[in-house]
Design a protein. Sequence first.
Length: 82
Amino acid sequence: MSYCRLCETVFPTPAELEAYLNAYIADLPQEERAEESVMAHRLAQCRACPHLRIATCSLCGCYVQARCAKSRLRCPATSPRW
Ligand code: SF4
């Protein structure tokens, strides 16, 4: 983890963030989780999207990996990519 002494935010390392998101997705109830192929398609769209900021969607503020994993959620863009 890294720490910003100005805003006192503690930032996870990329590996810590990945582990957190994987655990978060694994804990989603099966009925709320999108199919693996759907998640993969959604993540591919996010990776090619100009609104992606590292791991976060700049339109909604979600970690895209978590958003893509939830079956009921949609891309928040005016012209949704998924
Ligand atoms: S606008 Fe849609 S496709 Fe782009 S990063 Fe956000 S969720 Fe992903």
